[in-house]
Design a protein around this ligand. Structure first.
Ligand SMILES: Cc1ncc(COP(=O)(O)O)c(C=O)c1O
Length: 308
């Protein structure tokens, strides 16, 4: 299981969520289950890595270097993709090494990824590419943290063409998704060309993400998007009991697995917007499930098996 063929893959399924509040507000909620795209390269990682690995292959690279935090979904996905596609992978990790390694890094190591740990303060200040070039004296394909670059946006744009094939003639009025670096959102906004509204739910605290997405979009005049800033639950990877209860109830009642860092917060925010009558009645929302489920094992290990 788990081989990778970027070009031959059925579309990820679309799941309808039927909840009393949605019926009452006359809203149709669909979830594009990109978490099911691949067992280990799932969610937005599949979308973001596709054209990057194809590029690395066509340029003849055999090694890939990237960055990430110790629980990073991106690192886990790069390690798995590297294993299946025959690349040596190297992860420059934010923070000191802790042994035994957490489940994310154990998984990445089992895929053959080699780690280089650097202190958080250094991580924040270095020029990432230059540091990687100094550290690794061999040719490599470079992937930034979170995998966000122009080729990642191209992969994320494909979500829109895929949804069009699946849902025409009843296309969504709103697309909702989680925002970390902004790459996935920028790709979705580009792919939509103003044909529907995009709402990003910030996984990080602060109002800088609007600028990040705008920068990624460049000069393109796409106006139909915004970022909801109030659903980070205290900040990146922070949580409250209400969020965990919500995540467990979605799994229990709707068979929808969510992660506590990105997708759980996003769906919580979407439903809060529904309750607050943000969406026009009779409209359809499509939430893009960006994956991240590999992070649950490490989360449960740290906080005591609170996610079912
Ligand atoms: C599961 C998951 N969802 C959403 C995001 C946010 O994507 P982006 O960084 O492209 O904004 C990330 C990573 O950052 C992620 O791992």
């Amino acid at each position: 299981m788990g081989q990778i063929d970027w070009m031959q893959r059925p579309p990820s399924p679309i799941q309808e969520i039927e909840m009393p509040v949605l019926v009452a507000k006359k809203i149709r909620l669909l979830v594009k289950r990109d978490d099911l795209l691949h067992p280990q390269v799932s969610g937005n990682k599949w979308r973001k890595l596709k054209y990057n690995f194809l590029e690395a292959q066509s340029l003849g690279f055999q090694k890939v270097v990237t960055y990430g935090g110790a629980f990073s979904n991106h690192l886990a996905a790069v390690a798995a993709a590297g294993k299946y596609l025959g690349f040596d992978t190297f992860g420059i990790i934010r923070g000191e090494a802790h042994y035994p390694l957490n489940p994310t890094l154990q998984f990445a190591a089992s895929c053959g990824m080699q780690f280089y740990f650097i202190p958080r303060a250094t991580y924040r200040t270095i020029d990432r590419l230059a540091f990687a070039q100094q550290t690794f004296p061999f040719p490599f394909y470079f992937l930034p943290e979170g995998g966000t670059n122009a080729l990642a946006l191209q992969g994320c744009e494909e979500i829109i063409s895929e949804v069009a094939i699946q849902l025409t003639p009843q296309l969504p009025d709103y697309y909702c998704l989680s925002v970390g670096t902004g790459g996935t959102m920028a790709g979705v906004v580009k792919g939509l060309r103003n044909k529907a509204k995009v709402i990003g739910f910030a996984a990080l605290k602060g109002d800088f993400l609007h600028r990040e997405v705008q920068t990624l979009l460049g000069e393109a005049a796409f106006g139909n998007w915004e970022i909801a800033l109030d659903y980070h639950f205290g900040g990146y990877a922070k949580f409250q009991a209400e969020l965990i209860e919500f995540i467990n109830s979605m799994q229990r009642n709707y068979q929808l697995p969510l992660d506590p860092v990105y997708t759980g917060k996003t769906l919580f925010g979407i439903l809060d917007y529904v309750k607050k009558d943000y969406f026009i009645p009779e409209s359809t929302i499509l939430m893009i499930h960006t994956g991240g489920l590999q992070g649950i094992a490490g989360f449960n290990q740290r906080f005591g098996n609170i996610i079912d």
